[in-house]
Design a binder for this molecule. Structure first.
Ligand code: GLY
Length: 567
């Protein structure tokens, strides 16, 4: 009975804030999930309905977009443990109501004891499990420092007020969705194996949709963060628990690493494209550069038509060239001089496409360097507030549930971001993936990312806020949503929910969602020489657009439990 009452309270509490014009409401078993919303003042779109609610509550209390983003980030760490995090890192693009743009890099860093060959055996063979599972796979987390920095610079409400909703969610628990139950059950054995203590994520009888996930240890950690800010994570009791986990599970993050972690304010990558201005993520993400390259090399698509063979062929050929560049030229700019000017120069991009043949594929083998293997489990959220400030944040543990190492007594999952480095530059690892020297492991370096949080303006006003998870598919998904609206004239809901495709040079095939192409288009692409590789869903875009009537429209991807809210 108590459970039923809690359920109802949760449903009602959740349903109330959504006063905008919801066009398509799909009432799921547990939560009211809104995929599209039109609102006069403010919009929040995240991967989980409870995180969206937390963000909206903060906005209603008078918080700004950054306050809401901080609160959402912590809420996702509780209700969306597969990618939401305090043990990982991410990137923020921010544009204030006056048009000032900034960019915060809170990506994880390699521990100071990390070294180039740390995932190789004495014969030079790559030990890929070591960079994906367990404490040794973890980079120094940046999430809490990132939120602290963002709040210090732009926040309006008190820090503690932004963290407390998550303390409550962790302490009182919440009901897990079918997706979450499935994810946690799949990972049970890995959590047990890679953590020193059995974490709250493990239910030996198996999770069922609607079960309550209560995270007491995480609640205590978040309470320390709420009270002490950054220090509540990087020193004191939380730091001690992280170090104990490192000792027990043979990780290498040290006390100094935690103390010294610092997010970096970077200059966003900005460029004009047609009548739009794009503000996006520079290195250590490859995302912004690839987005710029694709728009320049393949942005004139209107004349071909949406998902026509000509359009897809052009985009794929541009992608082939962009991802070849990625593997050689992109890395942490604090360690490697990324030639951003060259890679985004219109003349250079023209020469890249000089050998484009509309009738046939070009050869990936004849382009230099190697393939990329990168996890797709990340999460994105987009927020605009009533004053017109906009936040676009993509954050990650890397793999789904990161390293599957939960810090004993602290209740949060550590990332496995070290796997985004090249474990052995220039040589294929056991999965055939080859990485460049630029992205080799070095102490205190950030691994190359694909995350592409983006804000697009038109006539100097924020027009679109978007981003997605999806590893290497992130830049191509952001590109597709943008051109679906700007070139093909789709509405934002159409653009987000449209089927997507992806090519990353190597492996040399077009990955695409089922039913993405007509049989005729598929046959034409095959005739041109493309190898076709159907796969499961690509990305989960959370986007906001300013409509012609001045209202905001928020769209959450149908591919998950994602939810839009606004007022
Ligand atoms: N770990 C996924 C990314 O950073 O792109």
């Amino acid at each position: 009975m108590i459970r039923i009452i809690r359920h109802l309270v949760l449903f009602l509490a959740f349903a109330l804030p959504f006063n905008g014009t919801a066009q398509t409401d799909s009432v799921r078993t547990l939560y009211k999930i809104t995929k599209e919303i039109t609102a006069d003042s403010a919009v929040v779109v995240t991967a989980h309905p409870l995180a969206t609610k937390v963000g909206l509550d903060i906005l209603r209390k008078g918080g700004n977009a950054v306050d809401a983003a901080v609160a959402v980030h912590f809420a996702l760490a509780v209700v969306y443990p597969q990618a939401g995090n305090i043990g990982g890192g991410g990137f923020m693009i921010y544009r204030d109501k006056l048009g000032n743009a900034s960019c915060l890099d809170f990506r994880e860093k390699a521990p100071s004891a990390a070294f180039e060959k740390m995932y190789q055996d004495s014969m030079g063979r790559v030990l890929s499990k070591k960079s994906t599972y367990g404490a040794l796979a973890a980079g120094v987390p940046g999430a809490v420092d990132g939120m602290w920095e963002a709040h210090k610079k732009y926040g309006k409400l008190k820090w503690g007020e932004l963290v407390m909703p998550s303390v409550e969610l962790a302490e009182k628990g919440f009901q897990i969705t079918p997706n979450e139950a499935e994810g946690l059950n799949e990972q049970r054995i890995f959590f047990v194996k890679n953590s020193s203590l059995t974490p709250a994520f493990v239910n030996m009888e198996g999770w069922k949709p609607g079960d309550w996930l209560i995270q007491k240890d995480l609640a205590e950690t978040l309470r320390r963060v709420a009270g002490e800010g950054r220090d509540g994570f990087y020193s004191g009791a939380t730091a001690k628990l992280i170090l104990r986990e490192m000792e027990k599970k043979k990780g290498i993050i040290s006390e100094e690493d935690l103390k010294n972690y610092k997010s970096v304010w970077r200059k966003p990558l900005e460029f004009d494209w047609k009548d739009l201005h794009v503000i996006t993520m520079p290195p250590p993400s490859s995302g912004g550069i690839i987005l710029r390259q694709l728009l320049a090399m393949a942005g004139d698509l209107k004349k071909y038509g949406f998902h026509s063979a000509e359009a897809v062929h052009l985009v794929v050929e541009a992608e082939r060239r962009a991802y070849a560049d990625r593997s050689v030229h992109m890395a942490d700019p604090d360690f490697y001089k990324v030639p951003v000017q060259m890679l985004t120069n219109p003349e250079y991009l023209k020469t890249r496409m000089a050998d484009f043949n509309p009738d046939t594929v070009s050869s990936s083998a004849n382009l230099t360097a190697g393939a990329i293997k990168e996890s797709e489990e990340t999460t994105h959220f987009s927020i605009v507030d009533a004053e017109g400030n906009a936040v676009s944040i993509t954050t990650t543990l890397n793999d789904s549930y990161g390293s599957r190492t939960v810090v004993g007594g602290a209740g949060f999952i550590l990332n496995n971001e070290m796997d985004d480095f090249s474990a052995k530059p220039g040589v294929a690892n056991m999965y055939g993936a080859i990485g460049g020297k630029a992205n080799a492991i070095e102490a205190n370096k950030r691994p190359l990312s694909s995350m592409t949080p983006t804000i697009v303006t038109r006539t100097n006003k924020t027009w679109m806020v978007l981003g997605t998870p999806g590893g290497t598919t992130i830049p191509t998904s952001v590109f597709q949503v943008l051109v679906n609206v700007a070139e093909f004239g789709q509405t934002l809901p159409e653009a987000v929910q449209a089927k997507r495709f992806h090519h990353q040079w190597k492996p040399d095939h077009i990955s695409y969602e089922t039913d993405c192409f007509s049989q005729e288009v598929e046959a034409t692409l095959t005739r041109k020489g493309h190898l076709m590789n159907p796969r499961e869903s690509i990305g989960r875009v959370e986007a906001i657009i300013r409509l012609a009537n001045g209202k905001w429209q928020g769209v959450a991807d149908e591919r998950g439990d994602d939810c839009a809210g606004g007022y």
